[in-house]
Design a protein around this ligand. Structure first.
Ligand SMILES: [Zn+2]
Length: 161
């Protein structure tokens, strides 16, 4: 039994209508860094509106340094990976992992979230956890993103207990 992790609703307001994802179309869980050393979820939300012209934060969920998981767009179509937004979920992590290292709390929270999503999307497995740069040419989520540890943590707790 995989338990849904605690997800904080930051009550963001979006500037346009969001559309529900079709769970059966989802093929990958895309991991991103924010690409900024200090921005919190409200800063990211603001930037995605004012800097990128989106309706609001583009990630489906976002994980702070302290391991708090925030709802971004949730199960609505994201704006995090061009041409893949309807077939993927985007998880953003606070920080710039080209310079910083993701925290242990982020690693644990990321594992809990990805594990729960895989349990909800029965056609997905740990191999469907991918980096943004696995899909398009971009430097994201940065060289210090702990991808192999993340996958290992998801897999380990996948084991029947
Ligand atoms: Zn990215």
């Amino acid at each position: 039994m995989i338990i849904k992790p605690a997800i904080v609703d930051p009550e963001l307001s979006f500037t346009g209508t969001l559309f529900r994802l079709k769970p059966r179309k989802i093929k990958k869980l895309v991991q991103h860094h924010t690409g900024h050393p200090t921005w919190d979820i409200y800063d990211v939300h603001k930037y995605h509106v004012n800097g990128k012209g989106e309706y609001g934060i583009g990630y489906n969920w976002w994980i702070a340094f302290d391991g708090t998981i925030y709802q971004g767009r949730g199960w609505h179509i994201g704006a995090h990976c061009q041409e893949y937004n309807e077939t993927t979920l985007g998880i953003g992590y606070q920080g710039d992992f080209s310079k910083q290292t993701m925290t242990d709390a982020q690693l644990m929270a990321g594992a809990a979230l990805n594990r729960w999503l895989i349990s909800q999307l029965t056609n997905l497995s740990v191999k469907d956890i991918v980096a943004h740069e696995d899909l398009i040419r971009i430097d994201c989520p940065g060289q210090h993103f702990r991808m192999s540890e993340l996958k290992k943590a998801v897999q380990q707790s996948d084991a029947p207990n």
